[in-house]
Design a protein around this ligand. Structure first.
Ligand code: NAP
Length: 305
């Protein structure tokens, strides 16, 4: 049996990640705002605790996989009890996609109580989390990294160390999600062009991703965009909008014009405004089809039948 740890946040990602740790022999104390979501972990042997502080042991390790800056900063606020209980020698492994500014702020607050803050945002959707195949970006203090690596190995297929700056790993994560959104937009526009000109979307997708664009993102997202089947929902569009917003905010703070990110932001904002916030974020590509009149044409055809 390995060391006990805490896990906070059991959404689409947190649940399979926590499950991997339990299967690897780590008894977990888990907390989620909606406690019912922990049921499958209880069946695996996890202990559900009533408040975040109870997930921590003095000097222990707590993982978090919460939605956004607000959620992580609220749960780990000084005075809320969790950091105080973790205390000297404790480690918070913060795996959400949050702003580098929030990560740096929390690292400072944690440090005052002797807790190490480790940024460990991940690439990979819930299926990858389930299979232990996430890619993990790390930044923060070295000793904490060494301590948690055996547990990261249960969740990911590898990690990349971006140094001591607690914000660094989050910047890498925002860069990656910006690139995924850009690929989604490119695929959405290209396949709308093909369809409007009488071509089969799937055939075009297969040619392009079987040859010049044969990478995981074009293939994985392209398959959903070609067939316009956005089920199951792996990553909510509302969270994608959060990430593009964070990328733009970080860009503004560091004076980096990102005209493409501005366009993607408007795309995502429009999609959320139209009620697509809880759809998978690959459905961002629907915007291009909609602008080309393809969605309206399809609705018209199905009504005419
Ligand atoms: P999700 O399914 O929406 O889960 C969000 C989690 O945060 C839930 O446990 C939710 O609790 C909790 N939460 C939200 N607001 C809270 C608050 N104010 N106080 C306490 N708890 C709160 O999201 P997810 O897809 O698992 O994503 C989690 C993080 O990973 C996000 O930062 C996301 O950007 C990142 N990420 C996601 C993916 C993906 O493919 N899904 C991939 C890589 C990274 P409830 O259950 O009570 O709502």
């Amino acid at each position: 049996m390995n060391g006990e740890a805490g896990f906070i946040g059991l959404g689409s990602m947190g649940l399979p990640m926590a499950s991997r740790l339990i299967v690897a022999g780590h008894p977990l104390r888990v907390w989620n705002r909606t406690p019912g979501k922990a049921a499958s972990l209880v069946a695996q042997g996890a202990t559900v605790v009533a408040k975040p502080a109870d997930a921590a042991a003095p000097g222990g390790i707590v993982f978090s996989m919460l939605a956004d800056d607000h959620a992580v900063e609220e749960v780990f606020a000084p005075g809320a009890g969790l950091l105080e209980r973790l205390g000297k020698g404790g480690v918070h492994v913060s795996m959400s996609t949050i702003s580098p500014a929030a990560a740096r702020r929390m690292a400072e607050q944690h440090g005052r109580l002797g807790v190490a803050y480790l940024a460990a945002p991940v690439f990979g959707r819930p299926e990858a989390a389930q299979a232990g195949e996430l890619w993990i970006c790390l930044s923060g203090p070295d000793a904490a990294k060494e301590r948690i690596k055996p547990m990261l190995a249960m969740m990911g297929q590898g990690w990349f160390d971006f140094g001591a700056d607690p914000g660094a790993a989050n910047i890498v994560k925002l860069c990656g999600n910006f690139m995924i959104a850009a690929a989604t937009e490119a695929l959405g526009e290209a396949l709308a062009l093909a369809e409007k000109n009488g071509l089969d979307r799937t055939g075009v997708f297969e040619m392009l991703t079987g040859t010049l664009f044969a990478c995981a993102i074009y293939k994985g997202y392209g398959g959903k965009i070609a067939t316009q089947n956005y089920q199951p929902v792996g990553f909510r569009l509302a969270l994608g909008l959060k990430d593009i917003t964070l990328a733009l905010r970080t860009a503004a703070e560091s004076q980096v014009p990102m005209p493409l990110a501005s366009l993607l932001h408007d795309r995502a904002l429009a999609a959320v405004a139209k009620g697509r916030g809880d759809q998978d974020w690959a459905s961002l590509a629907l915007e291009a089809s909609e602008d080309a009149g393809l969605l309206a044409a399809r609705t018209h055809q199905s009504h005419a039948r």
